[in-house]
Design a protein around this ligand. Sequence first.
Ligand code: PEP
Length: 257
Amino acid sequence: MTRRTILAGNWKMHKTVEESAALAASIAAALKDKPSNNSSAAHEVVVCPTYLALDRVIAELKGTSVLVGAQDMHWESQGAFTGKISGDMLRALGVTYVILGHSEQRAYFHETDETVNKKALKALAEGLKPILCVGETLEEREGGVTEKVVETQLRGAYAGISAQDALNTVVAYEPVWAIGTGRTATSQQAQEVHKFIRGLLTSFYDSETAEAVRIQYGGSMKAENAAELLAQPDVDGGLIGGAALKADTFLGIITAS
Ligand code: PEP
């Protein structure tokens, strides 16, 4: 089964609206003449700016093949939830993907497996494609509980999601100790966990569904390590933080893939 590589830039709380539009424009311009992102190409490119910049970035990328994702959403359509944005609002704007359960949301903003699941179900109901993040801390890896942690997070995220809807999800395996630290998982470490995740998806659904779901690696991915990571049989893309903030470093990863 050939899975289309998905390279997504998570811009986190970086860049003004103008800066975001400029970065989106440079990425699109560089990819324009390459057959890199049309539907028959081997990979798909996504950028995830702040909520504030989504509208401008979507306008900037109109007519290009670069897709846009949000970094989170609420599970309700609307209501008294100060500071929150709903999936309905994202869909109305033209957003395609939404990152859910990022480790920074889990660590700093009380994200739980249950809230990830509520958001994922709502995202799918709205026609958005969730990128579901899982991953262990350094303490958990050193304690030998990586698989247990990843299984609990994944089981939680996929609760109540049908096999058909699962096809519209992406998993991001992001070892917390590798995010923003410059320390990358080895390709072997990544492959081991990705294979484990695919096995779990097989047990939740069936092998055909599990073979079709893409599993991204995230954690200090850059041009220098992308090719080796992406060459692993179960590594189907990257969720990229720091290296996605500049066109040349992000494009370096796309080229390496
Ligand atoms: C991320 O935040 O999803 C991430 C992988 O960040 P970085 O590439 O900076 O480690």
